[in-house]
Each structure stands twice: as structure tokens, then as C-alpha cells.
Design a protein around this ligand. Structure first.
Ligand code: NDP
Ligand code: 7N6
Length: 308
């Protein structure tokens, strides 16, 4: 692969400032440029982007700065002979720390007190509302970079960790690994169910009304995966009917979540604007991945994180 330009698409600004990304990618040999939707590409281009565009299929290689690549048409990349790489592997601290934050908020009732603060409201939660994470079970669905980071932290907090992955292979700090056909069993005893799997044909709608009904009535759903892994109406109904105790959502069905969406005002929901992975060094983490692959490409080796 002969790369003569690294083109940073303006959509990268959704995750980090463009000028920081350009500076981090700058090397002695290959020019780095910011490009917009009017740009055209050729076989010398590596495009670094947040979102897909049809024109990228003319480049030799496209790097998506997210772990999830569900918005990219993998078959079209394969047909065009354009390499597509993703950014899995860099979210092992950010997203798991956020997930620990959600679980801690629910257990220690911090989300309720924060809601009350602006009213100078001293009301204390009922005696039986607060609990500790220690001794509680978390079911981690998707045991890759993010799932492992959650499992490590939950285990260190004294939680019992179970999880789900397609292979069913064992994972460090996970006591029991289930396969997707055992999902109902996997979630049944968990106080927290955390979704951190990719959005695929298999996972879309994985958490529907029937699955929510399998969860404990005092359990919490955490979605840091993608919105459509959960059936929207079913979740809103489960929260309204108190079939489950609450939900923390970083990934949504429509982003931004519409202003009138019922979950914005739901006392049992924590809504964050798809920021679980945000960090002030995102540009450095992405640049390290891209630079490693530029070196690999130069040596004629296969690219890391290649998905097409
Ligand atoms: P990885 O590829 O490292 O891990 C994905 C895991 O999901 C693997 O363990 C895989 O295991 C498992 N998996 C795949 N299909 C299924 C299934 N049907 N049921 C259960 N498990 C399954 O990805 P990351 O951990 O880096 O990221 C995971 C996802 O999280 C991304 O695809 C993205 O959608 C989302 N994400 C969200 C972020 C945010 O800002 N909220 C940030 C980063 C990622 P196996 O192969 O054994 O099935
Ligand atoms: C942006 C991360 C992913 O898939 O959804 C996340 O990686 C976005 C900081």
C-alpha cells in the first residue's frame, strides 16, 4: 500500500478537535490535510473519519475513529477493494470508567441527589434505596475491549461478574461466560446488565420486552453499545411500569436524542450524549493506531483492526 496523503474528514470533529488530530497524525513523510464533503479521493489516500461517505470508496484505506463500524457498508468496501479499519482497543479505560460511574450513581443514589441539588432539596432517599456494588452481580454482554475493562473494575469492586460472548470462551475476571442462546439465563440474576457488544443483525433488538421481563425488578440496564440493541418502546414501558429499576443510556436510537423524548425526564434514567468514550487524549489514541497501520502498510504487512 503506497500512501501519499492522510485526509482527516471534518466529521472527526464529533470526537475531537480537528487541529489536534492533524497535529497528532503529522509525521515527516506523509502530508496530513483536513477534508470536507466536497473532497475527492484516490488510491494514494488514507481517510481518517468518524462517519462514512460514498466518496471514501475511491481511497485505498479508510480508518474509522470509532470501535463500532455499523454505519459503514462493509460489503461495498470489500467490493471496491478499499481497506476499512476500526478503532477497537482504545476504549478499555474510558467506557468502563463511565460504566462504573453509572452503577455507582444508581447504587449510591447520586443521580437523585444531583437532580435535587438545584432546588436546595435535602430530601434523603428511603432507607431501603441505597445499596453497595460489593456483592452485586453484573452481566456484561460483549466481552471485548470494553467488556474486559468493565469486568476488571467490577471484580476489583467485589462484584460477581458474568458475561456473554459468541464464542463462550473464558475471560479473565468473569466467573461464568454464556453464549447468546443463553441470554435469558445470563441476565436473570444480575443487578446490572451492561450492553457493550457491536450492533449487528444478531444484536439488533436483543433487549426486547421479553428479555426485560427476564431481568430482576430491582435491576438496571446500561447501554454503551448502540441504541438499536434495545427496543426503544419496550425499555420506556419497562421503566414506566417499574419492570426494571432504571437504565443508563449513552447510546440512543436517534442522536441527538429528541428534546421531547420521555427518557430525558425519567427519574430512573441516566442519559448521557454518547460521551462514554470521550477523553482529552482521543486524538493521541487514534493517531497511534493510524501510525502503526501506516508503518504496517509501508512494510506490506496486514493492517491491525481491519474489518474489510
Ligand atoms: P470488541 O470488538 O473489542 O468487543 C466486542 C465483543 O462483543 C466481543 O467480545 C464479541 O465476542 C462480543 N459479541 C459480538 N457479537 C455478540 C453477540 N451477538 N452477543 C454477545 N456478544 C457479542 O469491541 P469494543 O469492546 O471495543 O466495543 C464494543 C462496542 O461498543 C462497539 O462495537 C460499539 O458499538 C460500542 N462502543 C461504544 C462507545 C461509546 O462511546 N458509547 C465507545 C466504543 C464502543 P465474540 O466475538 O466472542 O462474540
Ligand atoms: C467517539 C466514540 C465508538 O463506537 O461510539 C463510539 O467507538 C464513539 C469518541
Amino acid at each position: 500500500m503506497d500512501i501519499s496523503r492522510i485526509a482527516v474528514h471534518e466529521s472527526v470533529a464529533k470526537a475531537c478537535p480537528l487541529e489536534l488530530m492533524v497535529a497528532a497524525l503529522q509525521g515527516p513523510d506523509i502530508p496530513v490535510e483536513i477534508v470536507g464533503d466536497d473532497a475527492s479521493f484516490d488510491a494514494g489516500d488514507c481517510v481518517v473519519t468518524f462517519s462514512p461517505r460514498d466518496a471514501f470508496l475511491n481511497a485505498i484505506w479508510v480508518h474509522g475513529i470509532r470501535a463500532g463500524y455499523d454505519e459503514f457498508d462493509v460489503a461495498a468496501y470489500e467490493a471496491a477493494g478499499t481497506a476499512l479499519t476500526n478503532s477497537t482497543g482504545i476504549h478499555g479505560d474510558t467506557v468502563p470508567e463511565t460504566v462504573v460511574g453509572y452503577m455507582t450513581a444508581f447504587a449510591r443514589r447520586l443521580h437523585i441527589y444531583r437532580d435535587h441539588q438545584s432546588d436546595s432539596d435535602w430530601t434523603q432517599e428511603p432507607y431501603d434505596a441505597p445499596f453497595t456494588l460489593t456483592g452485586e452481580q453484573v452481566c456484561v454482554i460483549g466481552l471485548g475491549t470494553i467488556g474486559q475493562g468493565i469486568a476488571d473494575r467490577a471484580d476489583a469492586l467485589g462484584m460477581e461478574v458474568v458475561g456473554v460472548r459468541r464464542s463462550g470462551d473464558p475471560v479473565e475476571n468473569v466467573e461464568r461466560v454464556y453464549t447468546p442462546d443463553e441470554l435469558d439465563t445470563a441476565v436473570a440474576d444480575a443487578r446490572f446488565v451492561v450492553l457493550c457488544c457491536p450492533l449487528t443483525e444478531e444484536t439488533e433488538g436483543m433487549v426486547d420486552a421479553a428479555r426485560l421481563a427476564q431481568m430482576r425488578t430491582d435491576s438496571y440496564l446500561v447501554n454503551v453499545a448502540r441504541g438499536p440493541v434495545v427496543v426503544e418502546d419496550a425499555l420506556v414501558r419497562a421503566l414506566d411500569d417499574e419492570t426494571i429499576a432504571g437504565a443508563a443510556l449513552d447510546a440512543h436510537w436517534e442522536e441527538p436524542l429528541p428534546e421531547e423524548h420521555p427518557l430525558w425526564d425519567h427519574e430512573s434514567a441516566i442519559v448521557t450524549p454518547h460521551v462514554a468514550a470521550f477523553t482529552n487524549r482521543y486524538h493521541e489514541d487514534i493517531a497511534a493506531l493510524v501510525q502503526e497501520n501506516v508503518e504496517r502498510a509501508t512494510r506490506g504487512e496486514s493492517l491491525r483492526n481491519r474489518v474489510a
